[in-house]
Design a protein around this ligand. Structure first.
Ligand SMILES: Cc1ncc(C[n+]2csc(CCOP(=O)(O)OP(=O)(O)O)c2C)c(N)n1
Ligand SMILES: [Mg+2]
Length: 321
């Protein structure tokens, strides 16, 4: 395993924990009716967004999905701005008009996420084409799910990215289900990454419950694409430890399967690794937990105190002005 600097490791731990606690709070706020619309939580998948984004610069781009809170926090969108967006406040990152499925902040390299499954893949090609034509050695990361992998737009985008040698890292978060549909029932191939060969691009697989493994694979993929070698398809094997969206009774999967994945969930795993390596004590980790809790309290207080958008501004920032 490559040597990862301790501050990077610590930042990854803090970010994963921030995503987890942020979303747990979102769930509570949603149940209380303080967050309108719907929510797709990322609980269990934190290592994917964090391990990938720890390899990115501010000028690299990330395109999220309908499950984007983790992507946004990992890329550096402020949690105050995300929370305000979820609560439909004017201070939200999309001025309270977009909600959970469209969080992002172009100032940190993440345009609003795309709720259309697979819809972000062609957009990733466009953004990567711009990066390439501007002579930048930046990359675009396109997160998508195992369900999205079967969308026509994703196939077209991968083919085009390969032909034009675009700097796109296609990160498939294979959490075994597209809503309630098991991946095995919609693909003959065990791995989404095996499809890479059909597009003439590199395919890689990482353990998506292990942030160190994701970091290492993404480091390789990102540096490969930065050098102008074209796109990479990186599949991360992961699992959502929550329902697909609101009111999901989870009847399509077994308690045994859930327990298996809960056992190897990424945050506890990295925490235990820190302690085993002698890098941190359990007291240090408790202090990080406390600080993360305070940051989330602050984000909720900020969103609570923020005004709603004015009705007369409804059409502002919707069309190009
Ligand atoms: C084009 C399109 N079809 C259907 C939906 C409804 N939908 C939202 S999420 C989802 C499942 C997506 O599964 P996957 O790509 O594996 O992502 P995951 O939810 O597992 O993160 C579906 C069918 C949608 N948003 N867009
Ligand atoms: Mg899925």
């Amino acid at each position: 395993m490559q040597q990862i600097a301790t501050p990077v490791l610590l930042d990854m731990y803090r970010r994963m924990l921030t995503i987890r606690r942020f979303e747990e709070r979102c769930n509570t706020l949603f149940m209380q009716g303080r967050i309108p619309s719907t929510l797709h939580l990322y609980i269990g998948q934190e290592a994917v967004a964090v391990g990938v984004c720890a390899n990115l610069r501010l000028s690299d781009y990330v395109l999220g999905t309908h499950r984007p809170h983790g992507h946004a926090i990992a890329k550096g969108v402020a949690i105050r701005d995300i929370m305000a967006e979820l609560m439909a406040k004017d201070t939200g990152c999309s001025r309270g008009k977009a909600g959970s499925m469209h969080v992002g902040d172009i100032r940190v390299g993440m345009p609003p996420a795309i709720g259309i499954v697979g819809g972000n893949a062609p957009i990733a090609c466009g953004m990567a084409l711009a990066q390439k034509r501007q002579g930048r050695d930046d990359v675009t990361v396109c997160f998508f799910g195992d369900g999205a992998a079967n969308e026509g737009a994703v196939h077209e985008a991968m083919n085009m990215a390969s032909i034009w040698a675009l700097p796109v890292i296609f990160v498939c978060e294979n959490n075994l289900y597209g809503a309630s549909t098991p991946y095995g029932s919609v693909s003959k191939l065990e791995n989404v990454a095996d499809r890479a060969v059909a597009y003439g691009m590199r395919g890689m697989i990482a353990d998506g419950s292990d942030v160190l493994a994701v970091y290492e694979a993404a480091c390789d993929a990102v540096s490969f694409s930065r050098k102008g070698n074209g796109p990479v398809l990186l599949e991360c094997k992961t699992y959502r430890l929550c329902g697909h969206s609101r009111s999901d009774p989870l009847t399509y999967r077994t308690k045994e399967e859930e327990a298996l994945w809960r056992d190897k969930e990424p945050i506890k795993r990295l925490g235990e690794w820190f302690v085993a390596q002698g890098l941190k004590t359990t007291a240090d980790l408790a202090e990080i937990e406390r600080e993360v809790g305070l940051a989330i309290d602050d984000a909720v207080a900020f969103a609570d105190a923020s005004p709603y958008p004015l009705p007369e501004d409804a059409l502002k920032h919707v069309f190009y002005e």
